[in-house]
Each structure stands twice: as structure tokens, then as C-alpha cells.
Design a protein around this ligand. Structure first.
Ligand SMILES: Cc1cc2nc3c(=O)[nH]c(=O)nc-3n(C[C@H](O)[C@H](O)[C@H](O)COP(=O)(O)OP(=O)(O)OC[C@H]3O[C@@H](n4cnc5c(N)ncnc54)[C@H](O)[C@@H]3O)c2cc1C
Ligand code: FES
Length: 263
């Protein structure tokens, strides 16, 4: 089976996360690496690139945020139905290169989903990595993704979580404010430490400023880019930024590779 051709896979489970995020668990052995993505298509509606939110050989978790027609149609799919996928595509996070290092993951909103794939990878190869720090931010307690896993992550790793606002209650007992504030206040050693970010570009830009003021060099910072895509295979040029194909050279880039590129 060519990665250019969509194939049908059965939906094992539909796991609603928030008002506008639904996770599909698809039965497949495609096993994209953390940070890679697949193209999900709905016949008659269209196609959308969606990142892997898991890392295993039995199923693929796709967390989808409803923003338009395709994402809405994907989230309406039911358990037992078949979804069309092609891929996996792109260059993900450099998990081999990161062996033996401390890793800081910074995620905002649905940007936490691809980082969940990294967590699953690290869970399976825990001895290969040193300290793991998680900085996750969501808009409000109701917008927190993977609610059932937060407790487990806080036991296994250094979890720092925030919500921008908690108008009613704060069941996670987390900080209220932007995740960038948590990062700013954190004591992080730059020694043997790399930072992987995923989220809104405004959050990533702010994180990079903060991390650089803490002494991190550009080659220790990794970010995932979102661009409009068509082919995802380096053919159409839709995703190009400054001579780079986000679909093939990325979506994950080291900061010095994309520094100065206008968003
Ligand atoms: C590599 C990659 C990984 C992604 N991973 C995920 C994921 O895990 N979960 C998820 O929910 N979404 C993810 N996205 C975004 C998702 O592909 C888009 O939201 C989707 O294609 C929108 O299609 P639509 O028809 O629902 O909405 P449209 O009507 O096409 O778009 C709705 C709005 O979103 C904007 N938009 C659409 N696509 C993009 C894009 N690629 N970048 C920036 N803005 C966009 C449009 O300009 C418009 O304002 C990813 C995108 C990329 C490039
Ligand atoms: S999406 Fe076509 S070249 Fe990247």
C-alpha cells in the first residue's frame, strides 16, 4: 500500500474531549512517529491533515478540533464506521536524537495532542530519556484535553498545567493564567535539555522569547508548524515557507531552521 493512496480503517472508539474537540481511535498499524500526521478524508467533503496523538502499533488516536466543514464531518463519525487515511507524512520530533537528554514539552490547547504521542513514546522507552517536564495550557477547565490522563502524567512527570481562566471551579487545581507564565517562572537548566513546543503560533513565539532569555540556544528549541496543505507529499507547493515544504521538511522544525520566517 502506497502512502499516497488513502485506505479505509475502522473507528474503534469515539472519545469526546471538550465541546469542540473529539478524539477518534482508529484501528490501524500505521503507527506515525510523534509529530507526524495523516491526511483524513471524508468523501464529498474534503481532507484535513491531523497529527498523531498516540504512538503504538494497534491503533491511532486523532484529536480533532472543529473549525470548519471537514473537521466537523470527521467528528461526526461513529464507532464502527470506516475513515479514509493516507500517510503518515512529515518529519516528526527527533526522538532518537533526544535520547539521554532532559525534555521539556510545552503545549497549548489542541497542540497538546501531538505531545501526547511523545508521552506515549517516552512511556515505552523511559530509560532512554532523563527528566521530563510538561507545560500544558488550556483556555478553561472545560477545555482541558485528556482529562483522565492528567493525574497519571502528574505522577510520572513534572507536570505544570494552567488554564487562562477558571470562572467557576478549577477541578484540576492548576494555575490560572497563561502557560507562558508558568514557563517564565520555572527553574529550568539549559544543560542537556531540549524543548519541544506545539500550539498557537503566538504561544510558540512567546515561549521562544522566554526560553532564549533563560539561555536556551536556537538549536535546542523545536516547534511544530501548521500550514494549509493539499498533497502533503511535496508536490503542490501549497505548504511552502522560504523554500521549505512544511509537509515533508516539517511539520517539526528546529528553531534555527525557521528563524526569521514570517508566519
Ligand atoms: C501538520 C498539521 C497537523 C495538524 N494537526 C491537527 C490535529 O491534530 N487536530 C486538529 O484538529 N487539527 C489539526 N490541524 C489543522 C487541521 O488540518 C485544520 O483545522 C483543518 O484542515 C481545517 O479544515 P476544515 O475544512 O474543518 O476547516 P476550513 O474551513 O478549511 O478552515 C477553518 C479555519 O481554519 C483555518 N485553517 C484551516 N487549515 C489550517 C491550517 N492548516 N493552518 C492554519 N489554519 C488553518 C482556515 O483558514 C479557516 O480560518 C493540523 C494541520 C497541519 C498542517
Ligand atoms: S502540501 Fe503539497 S507540497 Fe506540501
Amino acid at each position: 500500500m502506497s502512502i499516497f493512496q488513502a485506505k479505509r480503517y475502522r473507528i474503534k472508539e469515539v472519545l469526546p474531549q471538550t465541546d469542540d474537540n473529539v478524539m477518534l481511535r482508529v484501528k490501524t498499524r500505521l503507527n506515525p512517529q510523534p509529530g507526524q500526521f495523516v491526511e483524513v478524508s471524508i468523501p464529498g467533503v474534503g481532507e484535513a491533515p491531523i497529527s498523531s496523538a498516540s504512538c503504538n502499533n494497534e491503533f491511532l488516536d486523532l484529536n480533532v478540533r472543529i473549525v470548519g466543514a471537514v473537521t466537523e464531518a470527521i467528528t461526526k463519525m461513529k464507532k464502527g464506521e470506516q475513515v479514509h487515511l493516507r500517510g503518515p507524512y512529515g518529519r516528526g520530533y527527533p526522538m532518537d536524537y533526544l535520547r539521554g537528554k532532559n525534555i521539556v514539552l510545552v503545549g497549548g490547547g489542541c497542540g497538546v495532542a501531538p505531545l501526547r504521542g511523545i508521552i506515549e513514546f517516552i512511556d515505552k522507552h523511559r530509560m532512554d530519556y532523563k527528566e521530563i517536564y510538561l507545560f500544558f495550557g488550556f483556555r478553561s477547565p472545560a477545555d482541558v484535553l485528556f482529562k483522565d490522563e492528567i493525574d497519571d502524567w502528574s505522577k510520572k512527570y513534572n507536570l505544570n498545567m494552567s488554564v487562562d481562566k477558571a470562572p467557576e471551579d478549577n477541578p484540576f487545581n492548576c494555575s490560572v493564567g497563561f502557560v507562558t507564565k508558568l514557563l517564565e517562572n520555572a527553574e529550568l537548566s539549559t544543560d542537556n535539555t531540549e524543548v519541544l513546543t506545539c500550539g498557537p503560533s503566538i504561544m510558540i513565539d512567546k515561549c521562544i522569547d522566554i526560553l532564549k532569555s533563560k539561555g536556551f540556544s536556537d538549536d535546542k528549541l523545536w516547534e511544530s508548524y501548521e500550514r494549509h496543505m493539499k498533497c502533503s507529499t511535496g508536490k503542490c507547493g501549497h505548504c511552502m515557507i522560504n523554500g521549505k515544504y512544511v509537509c515533508m521538511d516539517g511539520p517539526v522544525f528546529r528553531h534555527d531552521e525557521v528563524k526569521g520566517i514570517d508566519e
